[in-house]
Design a binder for this molecule. Structure first.
Ligand SMILES: [Zn+2]
Length: 826
């Protein structure tokens, strides 16, 4: 009866013979769904930035498929997240979710997805039909279609009739920025919890509607590496349960059995840890699933065939067949263990609701009149984290900002997150002040405590807190009504909504000013940085000013204040020199070889999708006198710039700055400027310290070979949070309190600027707040500059030594960046 075709019969080539562009993968899945309607349901859950479809295929027996919606709803009842609150049935199939190609240049995996779905529906394969009685398989054939096609289209354009296996040839050298990331060069396997990217946002909606018991994320690594599968490496976050560990071992052993039978090499328990919450393995783990990463060798440089160090030729077919094998092995074990998987899943959530672990039973998060808390609430909503308002009462809790236990009063707009909820483990992981790790050798940042990331104060409490469900409208937010009588309008400068409104006003040609000093008028206090729009300077808008203001502020989600005079009761009048005009800057972003694609992508994505202000992307080789002449602000993202090692290029840039240009340098770009006489100097006491140590202990140099990896950790800082002190009288820190929590991912620290510049953000002693920092490094990380401004002629250089736009998730850094773009130097 079934006319369903194998990949080879449908595509016209054997899988592995060549790369399938994304549309062919899509067409194959459609064909399978059309010709196996009783076993397969295909759903488009979204679209990428470049307009490619995102798909999920649900596969099971005809009997399960007829009952699919009930299985889904029942599964949510098991977790306690179903809306209907009906009692769950524990006698249900388990849900196994297979995700392919999250990294676009790890290309064998979407090919493996086609082989996998084929073997599930292939009438001749009786084994899989047995498994499907106990499981529903969800297949995402390609999480990152834009990245995949960037790689595949490039590769297909450079390969000859016979693939060249020599690893130094052109087809093994993927050009910048590579296909790993999505359209905006974001790493989608760092985005699960934050959901800054459209692919993730759309997928997590589906994920939370299903909550699979097992999730596998298929990856590739360097082509010399043997296959990696679960069990994962230490550190595991302590919320990972014994059953989650045990099932990883079961899968690992079954995979090993199949690999041994074929004589394929593999490794387990190394390198890929379970800590950072935004991976495709940890995020499912913190939602009660068994999350796993599988890694085949061959990403990016694997081509269609490559000769590895062992002298063996690794082909695309080998790679996809290995992925196919571990996928099948996972389904086999999951089918055998399905009732245990369902039972353990239910008990995970039962426990989450009744006896959550962790230091705190609840968290009260303070409203501060900015949009920061609103953004955090959105993040909670996206992750299914329950929050509520609470009674205005007095509580005792541990204050995240002051770092001690205090009595405090909850206000009407504050929110509470109680830990006794289905997502209590995720709540704990995201809100705990310091993650307890079983090992410090980790793959990613070690601190992400949300109050610091969002810059909102929070209190951790050891008891549950009463919830008040009614929504409270922010009493203090101004709702503006424009009136012809107003001579000026004011907009508070306290968050991304303010910046969005400013960007939009500038785009529309409105003349905007900012107040350098606080002022009081009509009985209202305004802070430094307040945006002012005066009617006088905007007469050219021909009476449209009021309409524009209404529209812009409504779109940005912010209020404004009509003021009837430019005369103020306290502070400087609007005609004063202390009230500065903001010129709309022409902003250029340097991209291309040597520039960090992730760092550049963060800035691009920020301008394009959040701020919505024009940004001009220039290739690094095209930065010259001519392009600089058409630029007011030049952004140098993290990177390793050849032009900054070039003397004449440094001179050209300095001359341009002296004539009124502004450079915003981020991360390693700051380090490079510090080596080229730009005024900033890196603290370089490392060598001195080492010598001192050696004197203290004659035997310090005697290190054990087997400890070599661990020894490196004493100097490591994979990513931890420091509290920087801010000079918020400087425009770079407008809208901030006197401090900022920065994500420090290296040991770069600069000397205080003694003249000709401003030390806007510095760390002094004991500034480390959360996360792992190596013992030796910890000593050195004090008394230095992280955020600064250098005056140079009529221009400025802004130094941001840390990534203030980190993964678009470091919410509280975004306003700093906007200050650098719009406020500094006006
Ligand atoms: Zn990967």
């Amino acid at each position: 009866m079934s006319q369903v075709k194998s990949p080879e019969a449908f595509l016209g080539y054997k899988l592995g013979d060549r790369y399938s562009p994304h549309f062919k993968v899509v067409n194959y899945f459609r064909q399978v769904a059309e010709n196996s309607p009783s076993m397969v349901k295909l759903e488009q859950y979204g679209e990428t930035n470049e307009g490619r479809p995102l798909l999920l295929a649900y596969v099971s027996t005809a009997e399960n498929m007829a009952n699919l919606e009930n299985i889904r709803k029942n599964n949510l009842r098991l977790a306690g997240t179903a809306l209907d609150r009906m009692a769950p049935n524990e006698n249900m199939p388990a849900i196994v979710w297979l995700s392919y190609n999250v990294h676009g240049n790890e290309t064998s995996s979407s090919e493996a997805a086609m082989m996998t779905i084929w073997e599930l529906v292939n009438p001749a394969n009786t084994k899989t039909k047995e498994w499907l009685k106990n499981i529903v398989v969800v297949i995402d054939p390609c999480i990152n279609p834009d990245g995949r096609d960037r790689y595949v289209n490039w590769f297909n354009s450079v390969v000859g009739k016979i693939a060249d296996p020599l690893p130094f040839t052109r087809e093994h050298m993927e050009p910048w920025p590579g296909g790993r990331s999505n359209h905006y060069n974001f790493d989608l396997n760092r985005d699960w919890a934050w959901q800054s990217q459209v692919e993730t946002q759309q997928r997590i909606i589906k994920y939370n509607q299903w909550l699979p018991q097992v999730h596998v994320d298929f990856h590739e690594q360097g082509y010399n590496e043997p296959y990696y599968f679960a069990p994962a490496a230490e550190p595991y976050h302590e919320v990972v349960t014994p059953w989650q560990r045990e099932f990883q071992v079961m899968i690992g052993k079954n995979n090993a059995k199949h690999f041994d039978a074929n004589g394929w090499l593999f490794f387990t328990k190394e390198r890929f840890d379970l800590l950072y919450p935004s991976y495709g393995d940890t995020y499912p783990m913190y939602k009660g699933s068994i999350g796993m990463t599988f890694e085949q060798g061959g990403h990016s440089r694997g081509g269609a065939a490559v000769i590895n160090e062992d002298g063996d030729t690794l082909t695309l077919y080998d790679r996809l067949y290995h992925h196919f094998t571990t996928g099948m092995s996972t389904l086999e074990v999951s089918a055998l263990q399905s009732s245990k998987l369902v039972k353990e899943f239910k008990s995970y959530y039962d426990k989450a609701r009744s006896t959550p672990g962790g230091e705190f039973k609840s968290y009260i998060i303070k409203y501060d009149e900015s949009d920061r808390l609103d953004r955090l609430k959105k993040l909670f909503d996206r992750n299914g984290i329950e929050w509520s308002y609470t009674n205005s009462a007095t509580y005792t809790g541990w204050n995240y900002f002051s770092n001690k236990s205090e009595v405090f009063k909850a206000e009407p707009n504050d929110i509470v997150v109680n830990a006794n909820q289905p997502n209590s483990n995720l709540v704990r992981v995201l809100l705990e002040r310091n993650s307890k790790v079983t090992d410090s050798a980790t793959y990613d940042i070690t601190a992400w405590s949300l109050p610091y990331v969002y810059g909102v104060n929070a209190f951790g409490l050891t008891n549950y807190v009463a919830q008040v469900s009614k929504t409270v409208t922010a009493a203090t937010a101004a709702v503006g009504v424009s009136s012809q009588a107003a001579s000026a309008y004011a907009i508070r400068w306290n968050g991304m909504n303010s910046a969005k409104a400013l960007a939009s006003l500038l785009k529309k040609g409105v003349k905007v000013r900012y107040a350098e000093q606080p002022f009081t008028t009509q009985g209202i206090n305004f802070e430094k940085g307040t945006i002012l729009i005066t009617r006088t300077s905007n007469q050219s808008l021909d009476g449209k000013l009021d309409g524009i203001l209404q529209e812009v502020t409504a779109a940005a989600g912010i209020g404004f204040y009509p003021l009837n005079s430019s005369f103020v009761d306290k502070g400087y009048d609007f005609g004063s020199g202390r009230v500065r005009i903001i010129q709309a800057p022409r902003v250029s972003l340097v991209t291309g070889d040597g520039v960090s694609s992730l760092g550049m992508g963060e800035v691009w994505h920020f301008f394009d999708t959040q701020l919505q202000y024009p940004i001009h992307l220039i290739n690094v080789n095209d930065v010259n006198k001519n392009t600089l002449r058409q630029t007011d602000v030049l952004i140098l993202p993290d990177g390793n710039y050849r032009m900054l090692s070039d003397k004449s290029m440094n001179e050209i840039l300095k001359e341009w700055v002296s004539n009124g240009g502004k450079i915003i340098a981020l991360e390693n770009a700051v380090a490079q400027l510090s080596r080229n006489d730009w005024g900033i100097k890196m603290k370089s006491d490392d060598k001195k310290d080492d010598k001192k140590d050696d004197k203290k202990d004659e035997y310090a140099a005697l290190r054990k070979y087997e400890n070599r990896e661990r020894d490196m950790l004493v100097n490591a800082n994979p990513g931890s949070i420091y509290k920087a002190e801010l000079d918020n009288s400087h425009p770079l820190a407008f809208g901030y309190p006197g401090f900022y929590y920065t994500l420090k991912q290296d040991d770069n620290l600069y000397e205080f600027i003694k003249e000709g510049g401003w030390n806007v953000g510095v760390i002094k002693k004991e500034a480390q707040v959360s996360g792992f920092v190596g013992t030796k490094l910890k000593e050195k990380m004090k008394d230095g500059l992280l955020i600064g401004v250098q005056d140079m002629g009529r221009g400025k250089v802004v130094y941001l030594a840390d990534d203030v736009l980190f993964r678009s998730f470091w919410e509280n850094g975004k306003l700093l960046f906007c200050n650098a773009v719009f406020m500094v130097g006006q």
